[in-house]
Design a protein around this ligand. Structure first.
Ligand SMILES: N=c1c2ncn([C@@H]3O[C@H](COP(=O)(O)OP(=O)(O)OP(=O)(O)O)[C@@H](O)[C@H]3O)c2ncn1[C@@H]1O[C@H](COP(=O)(O)O)[C@@H](O)[C@H]1O
Length: 94
């Protein structure tokens, strides 16, 4: 199990067991629902683009991690295990 699996498990747990002070819980509780998560994905995508255009390696890594994190929150919200994305990469492997 790598760190992405660990974080994904925490995200899934936050769905079942909301926790005070948790960022993931705050997103799941947002009145906009899934739209709030999708809004964050939009913002983080833009930040990745800006970092790749103008930023250094550290900024690109930081913004990419934010984007991947919010994608994982969306996948968990939709009930899609992270392994299914892995399987898709396996399927595409040439
Ligand atoms: N990997 C992350 C992670 N990456 C980014 N973030 C948060 O995602 C948010 C990103 O939002 P922005 O980039 O917009 O930054 P911001 O300045 O806070 O902006 P606003 O959201 O306040 O508008 C920040 O609040 C970050 O703290 C994360 N929060 C949590 N995790 C992991 O998720 C787990 C569960 O977190 P909690 O739900 O908070 O317990 C933790 O154990 C961590 O491992």
């Amino acid at each position: 199990m790598d760190v992405l699996d660990e974080v994904y498990s925490v995200i899934e747990d936050r769905k079942e067991n909301p926790k005070e002070g948790s960022y993931v819980t705050s997103l799941y509780r947002d009145p906009k629902g899934l739209d709030k998560v999708l809004e964050k994905i939009g913002e983080e995508s833009t930040e990745v683009i800006i970092a790749a255009k103008n930023g250094g390696e550290k900024e690109i890594i930081y913004e990419s991690a934010d984007l991947i994190f919010h994608l994982m929150i969306m996948l968990a919200a939709k009930g899609i295990p992270l392994d299914k994305v892995r399987e898709e990469f396996v399927r595409r492997r040439k």
